[in-house]
Design a protein around this ligand. Sequence first.
Ligand code: HEM
Ligand SMILES: *[C@@H]1O[C@H](CO)[C@@H](O)[C@H](O)[C@H]1NC(C)=O
Ligand SMILES: *[C@@H]1O[C@H](CO)[C@@H](O)[C@H](O)[C@H]1NC(C)=O
Ligand SMILES: *[C@@H]1O[C@H](CO)[C@@H](O)[C@H](O)[C@H]1NC(C)=O
Ligand SMILES: *[C@@H]1O[C@H](CO)[C@@H](O)[C@H](O)[C@H]1NC(C)=O
Ligand SMILES: *[C@@H]1O[C@H](CO)[C@@H](O)[C@H](O)[C@H]1NC(C)=O
Ligand SMILES: *[C@@H]1O[C@H](CO)[C@@H](O)[C@H](O)[C@H]1NC(C)=O
Ligand SMILES: *[C@@H]1O[C@H](CO)[C@@H](O)[C@H](O)[C@H]1NC(C)=O
Ligand SMILES: CC(=O)N[C@H]1CO[C@H](CO)[C@@H](O)[C@@H]1O
Length: 328
Amino acid sequence: MANHNIIPKLVSTFFVVFVLVQQANAQNLKEGYYCKTCPSFESIVANVTARYVGHVPGFAASLLRMHFHDCFVRGCDGSVLINSTRNNTAERDAIPNLSLRGFEVIDAVKSAVEKACPRTVSCADILALVARDAVKVIGGPYWPVPLGRKDGRNSTELDALINLPPPFANVTQLIAAFNAKNLTVKDLVVLSGSHTIGISHCSSFSSRLYNFTGIGDSDPALDPSFVRTLKRSCPPPRPNNVVEMDSKSSTNFDIDYYKNVVRNRGLFQTDAELLNNKVTKAYVQSHAVSSGQSSFLQDFAASMVKMGKMEVLTGSAGEIRRICSVIN
Ligand code: HEM
Ligand SMILES: *[C@@H]1O[C@H](CO)[C@@H](O)[C@H](O)[C@H]1NC(C)=O
Ligand SMILES: *[C@@H]1O[C@H](CO)[C@@H](O)[C@H](O)[C@H]1NC(C)=O
Ligand SMILES: *[C@@H]1O[C@H](CO)[C@@H](O)[C@H](O)[C@H]1NC(C)=O
Ligand SMILES: *[C@@H]1O[C@H](CO)[C@@H](O)[C@H](O)[C@H]1NC(C)=O
Ligand SMILES: *[C@@H]1O[C@H](CO)[C@@H](O)[C@H](O)[C@H]1NC(C)=O
Ligand SMILES: *[C@@H]1O[C@H](CO)[C@@H](O)[C@H](O)[C@H]1NC(C)=O
Ligand SMILES: *[C@@H]1O[C@H](CO)[C@@H](O)[C@H](O)[C@H]1NC(C)=O
Ligand SMILES: CC(=O)N[C@H]1CO[C@H](CO)[C@@H](O)[C@@H]1O
């Protein structure tokens, strides 16, 4: 009788242990993880990043977005950096990668780090830290980045398509996409505040300008005078033109995003959709005024720390890639 029960018991014990180990992964990350194995790591990242972003402030937005795309697809494992091969179309060649930029910054940091400490620091950690430092260079918020991520060995176009919400998702779909990553409704509205910096290609929102419902109309959720402005920047045959996400302040990390959204001047349908949920709408409204700036910056830092721990590989999982764009 007793023997009879032992197998299910062992199995369930195994599962409990397995689940605990899985959950412990994010807790295995720690600040100063490389302080013995690569003491200069953090200052190399800060220096190289400052050099690039100092010359081209737009890199800050690109690198922040790259970190987001990395984390949402198979966790923050550097898989967004992997190049396609003859038999595999990688994440970075999926449609939502539209103009992921700044791979050269990661490559430059990686080669400097490899020179100082060969085969010690993961590309996933480099990307997480570069994103933070790049935002810092343009005067944005600072957040702690616990380290110890390992690099993944898989990167597929399909995973990117499944996990990254498209710019025409409704708020229900956005909440679901974030919940699938254990991020809350608040994280959604806070991290969307990233769209206070950077640029967008016309193709990401031009369906809102022309023939929105098939009767030659534009999106009624978009301010008509903003529609006219956007049409000038984005005439129909020019999907590759770019506009500033937050016009005239696209390298200022501030609350202008929320000011735009309340005025129906959010660029994407997903931005406008934040007014269609009670919680996100309340956040947008209370952060569209100057007194909301400091709590936005704090909230942003907290949500970035959460995002950066998502489904990370630690310990003996994954690898330390030698070249960020190629699995070992
Ligand atoms: C909520 C769902 C989101 C959607 C649907 C979305 C969609 C987009 C799209 C379509 C673009 C423009 C790409 C282009 O046409 O060049 C963009 C840019 C950007 N996104 Fe998001 N995004 C989302 C969330 C986020 C999050 C969570 C972050 C960061 C934590 C982020 C950071 C950025 C940044 C910084 C840019 C500007 C990139 C650059 O200037 O190179 N986005 N996003
Ligand atoms: C980073 O830059 C600072 C100031 O220019 C310099 O003192 C430091 O040695 C640099 N660190 C590395 C690792 O290059
Ligand atoms: C990865 O792809 C990029 C863009 O096509 C290219 O510039 C880079 O050289 C590739 N990396 C390697 C190691 O081949
Ligand atoms: C895909 O190609 C790479 C070399 O480009 C090779 O190392 C890998 O084993 C191949 N994978 C599959 C599943 O065929
Ligand atoms: C990840 O890639 C390796 C080869 O690099 C392959 O053996 C493995 O099956 C892949 N895992 C998944 C979950 O796709
Ligand atoms: C959001 O989109 C999904 C899928 O298209 C749809 O089923 C759902 O009804 C939409 N929700 C709202 C509130 O519009
Ligand atoms: C979300 O949390 C659950 C339960 O803790 C865990 O099993 C799952 O892996 C987490 N998902 C992500 C994307 O972190
Ligand atoms: C607008 O959309 C409708 C329905 O999809 C289509 O029949 C029509 O040709 C479109 N008009 C233009 C100018 O693209
Ligand atoms: C930066 C980058 O890798 N962009 C690629 C995005 O994907 C398209 C194809 O969908 C490629 O043509 C780009 O080179």
